[in-house]
Design a binder for this molecule. Structure first.
Ligand code: AMP
Ligand code: ZN
Ligand code: FE
Ligand code: FE
Length: 284
């Protein structure tokens, strides 16, 4: 028997990944992963097609999402797992995010135009995969960055973020974000677990201190291609708090080609714990 591995962090075409849920599941199977959670930004739309596909392909799937939140001026990503997929509070938060993103993307487009780089909504829609209805997808800066490349304003997505779209850069807009506390609350209302995503990327120590005092259930200890010495601190903190330690690749496909699916993962014990909760909440 090969080792049980489950990747609990990846993105589909419903947010800024380049593979559809079915393609993601097939790739997971070919990488010998046993379990997966698809954690699109601010949407759970992938699950309508992912659930039947997972059964057919033979991958164990648990509900997941990656919510964007803000703690004071600092951006924080929060993973939700094993929640009830039909919970109204969760759907409501996803809808509110959709509205927030529409307003915020408009603000970004206005800033880009003011910097001599006009981009229309149609440019963005053209650039998106024709696979999915746009109204169901989370559209964000990675899509805008791809248009900037296509229109030859920049050469790469990384350059687009580095020069214009990254936090604090001239064409960045924050939008009207949700707080960490209200995001945790909604995940808990839907009976899920709220996990601090990639804590290694949070540089502000005051923010870390505040987050560690909040009502989280765990942290993402294993992440992307980080080396053991980069993750050790977080594994220690998670253990000390008796929190669940999760892990995943943050695979996005072509958008971040250096990160392969399954490069970070959790073992069977952690996965089963989440899966039991997922099954209880989704009656399957
Ligand atoms: P948004 O949700 O619209 O704020 O976009 C956030 C997403 O953009 C992240 O989850 C990453 O996938 C991507 N992203 C953020 N910073 C960068 C960067 N410097 N280079 C490439 N992609 C990035
Ligand atoms: Zn992303
Ligand atoms: Fe993230
Ligand atoms: Fe992510």
């Amino acid at each position: 028997m090969s080792e049980f591995r489950a990747d609990l962090h990846c993105h589909s075409t419903y947010s800024d990944g380049s593979l559809s849920p079915q393609e993601l599941l097939r790739l997971a199977k070919s990488h010998a992963l046993k379990g997966l959670s698809i954690t699109d930004h601010d949407t759970i739309e992938a699950y309508a097609s992912a659930i039947p596909a997972a059964q057919e392909i033979g991958i164990e799937l648990i509900s997941g999402v990656e919510f964007s939140a803000m703690h004071h001026q600092v951006s924080v990503h929060i993973l939700g797992y094993a929640f009830a997929l039909n919970h109204p509070a969760l759907h409501q938060l996803c809808l509110r995010h959709k509205q927030r993103r529409e307003d915020r993307n408009q603000a970004i487009l206005e800033k880009l135009a003011a910097h001599g780089m006009p981009v229309t909504k149609e440019d963005i829609e053209d650039c998106l995969s024709s696979l999915l209805p746009h109204e169901k997808c989370t559209i964000g800066r990675p899509h805008i960055a791809q248009v900037l490349v296509k229109k030859r304003y920049v050469e790469t997505v990384y350059e687009a973020f580095g020069k214009y779209l990254g936090e604090g850069k001239p064409c960045y807009a924050r939008g009207d974000p949700f707080t960490v506390e209200e995001t945790i609350n909604v995940i808990h209302q839907a009976q899920g677990l709220a996990i601090i995503a990639h804590p290694h990327l949070i540089k502000d120590s005051q923010t870390i201190y505040h987050l560690l005092g909040m009502n989280f259930d765990g942290l993402e200890g294993y992440y992307a291609l980080f080396a053991q010495n980069q993750i050790e601190r977080w594994l220690k903190i998670g253990k000390k708090k008796n929190w669940l330690i999760t892990g995943g690749s943050d695979f996005h496909g072509d958008i971040k080609p250096s990160i392969p699916l399954g490069c970070s993962w959790v073992g069977e014990e952690t996965f089963r714990r989440l899966q039991d909760l997922h099954k209880a909440n989704n009656l399957i």
